[in-house]
Ligand binder design. Structure first.
Ligand SMILES: [Zn+2]
Length: 212
């Protein structure tokens, strides 16, 4: 049996029994990639690399173990009728693209217009982090953050802007360093109120030219 065929058979077995691959399975897969790249996985510098890579994956993808909706469950209604824009700017975001499993590094800006209740600001940052620590394309990440805040908190509107560089574009493929990708998702009053949209975009210093 070829290695690929035995891996496929194990995957089938896991699917039948609802199992995840073991840590040993994951480490063995990294070893194959190292070998396939042309190096010797038994040399001193690489011998612990499969274990290290698997531990790094646990950090990179820890978002799968958290339900982002739970993070927004606790809200505060004592706001002295504060009903204006709440903006979190320049949250650093580290994610991985689902096509190449290489880093996407950038900034996230999130705004919402509260309707009677607000949430602790660190919770918004955690929602960003939980989605970022999953495999992504930037478009999905942008939507997921906005949609979750809208659904759980039910504010009058949510706006999310992400500006990020994709290592799959800067270090391989078309090799275009310095290019960043801008995505945004606007919900509720951010969609219907151009002035609010402009306020938000200028507060995060995103150029409205072509985007506004
Ligand atoms: Zn990619």
């Amino acid at each position: 049996m070829t290695y690929a065929a035995s891996v496929a058979a194990m995957a089938e077995h896991r699917k039948e029994h609802g199992l995840r691959p073991s840590r040993e399975d994951a480490e063995a897969a990294v070893r194959v990639l190292l070998e396939w790249s042309g190096d010797n996985p038994d040399r001193e510098g690489l011998v612990d690399t499969p274990a290290r890579v698997v531990r790094a994956y646990e950090e990179f993808f820890e978002g799968y173990t958290v339900d982002p909706a739970d993070l927004l469950a606790r809200t505060f209604e004592e706001t002295n009728d504060y009903d204006d824009l709440i903006v979190l700017r320049n949250m650093r975001m580290e994610s991985h693209c689902e096509h190449h499993v290489v880093p996407i590094i950038g900034k996230v800006h999130v705004a919402y217009l509260p309707a009677n209740r607000v949430v602790g600001i660190s919770k918004i940052a955690r929602v960003v982090e939980v989605y970022a620590k999953r495999l992504q394309i930037q478009e999905t990440l942008t939507s997921q953050i906005a949609d979750t805040i809208q659904e759980v908190l039910q504010p009058r509107g949510v706006a999310v802007v992400i500006e990020a560089a994709h290592m799959c574009m800067t270090t391989r493929g078309v090799r275009k360093p310095g290019v960043s990708m801008l995505t945004r998702k606007l919900l509720g009053e951010f969609q219907t109120d151009p002035e609010l949209r402009r306020d938000f975009l200028s507060s995060v210093s995103v150029s409205t030219g072509g985007m506004g």
